[in-house]
Design a protein. Sequence first.
Length: 122
Amino acid sequence: MRRLRRLAVLAACALAVGCVPLAGREQRAEPSSLGCMQHVRDDKVPVGVSDDMKHCIAAGSIARYCSRGEAWLASYGKEIEDLFSAGDAEWKDIESDRRGVTCARAVSSDQQLRECCEAARR
């Protein structure tokens, strides 16, 4: 199952936008798609914020440190996983992820990303 998931991630990324961080921004967090997404999730998403903010910051950070294609892959992948597990699949999570990816294109720091996510939810 793990191998299949990794292959799906790599195939989707190759067919999508490409696996490069936003131009002129951060260095790629990890070489592999899955490693990059997990690294960003573990290191960049703050503890103690709302689910809405977690989604926005995670997707925006993945777009900044991995790629936009991988941010979308993580976004939809998480909700699909929630459909088949004990998670709670919600359309509003996809909306929060969209805000994060949009914010990532306009900011130049992690702090600015958090501020953009906060402003976008108002």
